[in-house]
Design a protein around this ligand. Structure first.
Ligand code: DAT
Ligand code: MG
Length: 151
């Protein structure tokens, strides 16, 4: 079976607040493998593509302005259950409802500045990885930790 991959992005607020290392460390310590990473300032048009599912929501325009307002750290993480468990590490959309111990629960306060994005299912993961990365930017490699993580 193909390894499971999810698209994770640290939004401009997370980058500006100096939370890159903190957030990467949570995925890394869990046991997921970083297979792509880059720092980009998305255009508003690109942000609209990324959030196209939300185009009819009242906050869509502000959300796209925000995502394109500064550097975003775009990443692909790989490992068993990476999509669903990645969402668990991130926590609920509204940081007021995110559990302590989650990224949003520990590090964010309001829904409009919730510092991180994560794909919500296999289809969106595939689409978002293809939107943000060229196939050649995805690095396949064996991590020495895998035999200890997976037995
Ligand atoms: P998630 O990022 O948890 O997948 P989502 O896909 O429903 O949540 O929404 C995308 C982003 O839009 C979310 O991270 C923050 C913003 N957002 C969602 N609901 C909002 C609301 N009610 N008011 C303002 N921003 C909202
Ligand atoms: Mg979403």
């Amino acid at each position: 079976a193909e390894p499971e991959r999810t698209f994770i992005a640290i939004k401009p607020d997370g980058v500006q607040r100096g939370l890159i290392a903190e957030i990467i460390s949570r995925f890394e310590r869990k046991g997921y493998k970083l297979v792509a990473v880059k720092l980009v300032v998305p255009s508003k048009e690109f942000a609209q593509k990324h959030y196209h599912d939300l185009k009819d929501r009242p906050f869509f325009d502000g959300l796209c302005d925000f995502l394109s307002s500064g550097p975003v750290l775009a990443m692909v993480w790989e490992g068993e259950g990476a999509i669903k468990y990645g969402r668990k590490l991130i926590g609920a959309t509204d940081p007021q409802k995110s559990e302590p111990g989650t990224i949003r629960g520990d590090l964010a306060v309001v829904v409009g500045r919730n510092i991180i994005h994560g794909s919500d299912g296999p289809e969106t993961a595939k689409d978002e990885i293809a939107l943000w990365f060229e196939p050649s930017e995805l690095v396949s490699y064996t991590s020495n930790a895998e035999k200890w993580l997976y037995g």
